[in-house]
Ligand binder design. Structure first.
Ligand code: FPP
Length: 232
């Protein structure tokens, strides 16, 4: 079986999952957090090495305050609690996105986790928080233009490699497989540059219902496509 090295996941459908049960959307996010805790060890067990999770987009700040506050609380609790399980298992943890929009204690925790785990190399979990690919690309363009203006780089030194190295994802390989749960078939501003050659998989199941069987199905589809198209 050909296991993808890097799997990126758009954890969609928490709201719909809750609505179906007559619960508030925030209950869906809580259930989604529980799913995440179960899925990560299973992806590791199946041999995936890097997992990037779209947990909060740059657009998500526009959601109702109560929902944003609940998500921030979930992130805080996760970073201060369950994430330590990952740390114990030699997992590297890093973050992409504009972390400075979060409260200072969360920013400090993110910085600490990155520093503490940077030499862990068995598994790598990347949380995209306040992330938007267009923002990320815009920032990279600004940096590159800034260097060009002061003569540090010449026009013909602006290559695809330089752009990849300037993005916030410079420390991870491009995703081999992108999964978006809940049936929508869009990238929604996630890893636009990095997804150029990724395989996509769109299971109908809402994120809180995503489980080990669903992971197995996704990995099977990935293997099948790679075999069929003779990719390496
Ligand atoms: C999209 O579903 C999901 C989110 C905006 C939040 C994802 C967050 C979690 C899974 C919580 C746990 C995360 C961590 C890192 C502890 P949606 O609300 O847009 O669903 P809908 O499309 O059905 O409304």
């Amino acid at each position: 079986m050909n296991i993808p090295h890097h799997v990126a996941i758009i954890m969609d459908g928490n709201g719909r999952w809750a609505q179906k049960r007559g619960l508030p959307r925030t209950a869906g996010h809580k259930a989604g957090g529980e799913t995440l805790k179960k899925i990560l060890p299973y992806l590791k067990k199946r041999g995936v090495k890097v997992v990037t999770l779209y947990a909060f987009s740059s657009e998500n700040w526009a959601r109702p305050k109560e929902e944003v506050d609940t998500l921030i609380k979930l992130f805080r609790d996760y970073l201060n609690g369950d994430i330590s399980e990952l740390k114990k298992q030699k997992t590297r943890i890093s973050f992409i996105g504009n972390r400075h929009k979060f409260p200072a204690d969360i920013v400090q925790k993110m910085n600490e986790l990155e520093l503490d785990t940077e030499n862990n190399n068995e598994f790598h979990v990347v949380l995209a928080l306040s992330y938007g690919a267009r923002d990320d690309i815009t920032e990279a363009v600004k940096q590159i233009v800034g260097q060009a203006v002061i003569g540090m780089i010449k026009g013909d030194e602006i290559t695809q490699n330089l752009i990849s190295e300037t993005l916030s994802t410079h420390h991870i390989p491009n995703p081999d497989l992108i999964i978006r749960t809940s049936g929508e078939q869009r990238l929604s501003n996630f890893l636009l540059w990095e997804a150029a050659y990724s395989e996509f998989y769109f299971p109908k199941v809402h994120w809180p219902d995503f489980n080990e069987t669903e992971v197995d199905k996704a990995l099977e589809v990935y293997t099948y496509r790679n075999r069929r198209f003779g990719k390496i």
